[in-house]
Design a protein around this ligand. Sequence first.
Ligand SMILES: Cc1cc2nc3c(=O)[nH]c(=O)nc-3n(C[C@H](O)[C@H](O)[C@H](O)COP(=O)(O)O)c2cc1C
Length: 181
Amino acid sequence: MSKVLFIVGSLRQGSFKHQLAEEAEKVLAGRAEVSYLDWSQVPVFSQDLEQSTPAAVTKVREEVLAADAIWIFSPVYNFSIPGSVKNLLDWLSRALDLSDTRGVSAINEKIVTVSSVANAGQDQLFAIFNDLLPFIRTTVVGEFTQSRVNDSAWADGQFIASQETLSSLAAQADALLTAIN
Ligand SMILES: Cc1cc2nc3c(=O)[nH]c(=O)nc-3n(C[C@H](O)[C@H](O)[C@H](O)COP(=O)(O)O)c2cc1C
């Protein structure tokens, strides 16, 4: 079965992106093996740290290398990619063999798609991902799902995916699986 690695770009307990990812996981049930990347220990990037790769970076690289595709659930921070998510992608974009800085990275040629939940700035977020992901030599697939935070979620923490969101996730999942197979 295909392996799809979920990257939830928020480390917040109860994250709405994590709840969206759980909806996507249901859509993929029985059709792909889903795992969630734990990137919480990845340090702020520095070329000094690259000389002996931090263990947390080696671990995320291994998980990315083992995946057939990656599904990113990204917050919008100030109409842009959160710095933490960009930091992770920067690490993943670096060559595995530092003697050839243009050589293959862990994320090289991976099939990638993106979804979000936010109330403003998703078009800008997706435009940035659409520039960034091909630049780091990934293959972008699917129509990115964008969804709003339901008003009650701010009070009770429960993200409720609309029917439109669920349909969009289903179409995105189909596109992802088609691209893998
Ligand atoms: C630094 C920062 C910037 C934010 N900028 C935006 C924004 O541009 N658009 C938006 O809809 N929400 C913005 N938010 C609100 C987040 O979307 C909201 O906190 C969301 O719940 C975070 O995702 P999570 O629930 O997955 O943790 C921002 C939050 C933070 C902390």
